[in-house]
Design a binder for this molecule. Structure first.
Ligand code: ZN
Length: 284
């Protein structure tokens, strides 16, 4: 069972991708995959409902647009330089403590939606990342207890305008938060459906050419460490997303650097979390 949301942007309904591949509408029983759903043990209720009702639930039309697989959370916290090869390609030392930055939640988009270059963009880049979705509220949790606070995982492309991020002063958030810069999904996979979150292959192509091929096994700080660490500085609410960093192979690290232009097609995937495709569009 994996969570999906479908329908027009801003009007998505909750659904489920069943293990047999059928996609069902669960909106008759669940209003939204939001903080009260995750914090109220919604995954357990959803699983029970599917066991009883999946056979008779309405299925989605093949052409249904997929939205992000959860409602807009209170925050997206991103981890910088969390893969050794990516830290090296971007000219940085490995951090002694996790590097954290925020990404505006208004950047969230569906997994296969178009990505619009922001006005004045010259250096829009890609980053395939494992996103961790918080289940139970987390404040001052230990590493030992951290995984009890995780609902599941999703695929995230942490689009980054490098000139905005690195050449315009201040914090990285400036180059990370443009509209459509956070495509999420296609699915939210519950934590217990992933055998080892630190052993997932991840990849990204641009126009069919492999740019990133990595594994979550190379993360510097793993998921329990990140959840515990962040919870020392802020309360993580149900539905919040931690994006755990990207492996080598971003455009910034190429010689010469390569950035996205209108018409480019970016595809990406992570084991167990599905795959997504985004077409790059000019500034609106
Ligand atoms: Zn990133």
């Amino acid at each position: 069972m994996q969570l999906i949301r479908f329908g027009a942007p801003g009007d998505e309904q909750p659904g489920v991708l069943l293990d047999d591949g059928r996609r069902i509408d669960v909106s008759a029983a669940f209003s939204e995959y939001d903080a009260s759903f995750f914090g109220g043990d919604g995954l357990t209720r959803l699983r029970a409902w599917c066991d009883a009702n999946a056979d008779t639930a309405p299925t989605l039309p093949d052409a249904a647009r997929l939205g992000p697989p959860l409602a807009r959370p209170s925050k997206i916290v991103c981890i910088g330089l969390n893969y050794e090869d990516h830290a090296r390609e971007s000219g940085n030392d490995l951090p002694e403590e996790p590097v954290i930055f925020f990404k505006a939640t208004s950047a969230i988009a569906g997994p296969n939606d178009d990505v619009f270059l922001p006005r004045g963009s010259t250096k829009t880049d890609w980053e395939v990342e494992l996103g961790v979705v918080i289940g139970q509220q987390a404040s001052y949790v230990s590493e030992e207890d951290a995984m009890d606070h995780v609902a599941g995982y999703l695929l995230h492309n942490d689009y980054s305008e490098r000139a905005f991020q690195l050449e315009r002063g201040g914090q990285w958030v400036k180059g990370k938060s443009c509209d459509t810069f956070a495509p999420l999904g296609p699915v939210l996979t519950p934590r217990d459906s992933i055998e080892d979150v630190h052993d997932l292959d991840m990849w990204l192509t641009v126009n069919g050419t492999f740019m990133q091929q990595g594994s979550t096994s190379n993360m510097v700080f793993g998921v329990p460490t990140l959840v515990s660490y962040l919870s020392q500085f802020m309360t993580l609410l149900p539905g919040d997303i931690i994006s755990t960093g990207t492996p080598a192979g971003v455009g910034l690290g190429l010689d010469p650097p390569q950035y996205l232009k209108p018409g480019d097609v970016v595809e990406l995937g992570i084991d167990g979390l599905g795959q997504a495709q985004q077409r790059i569009r000019p500034s609106s």
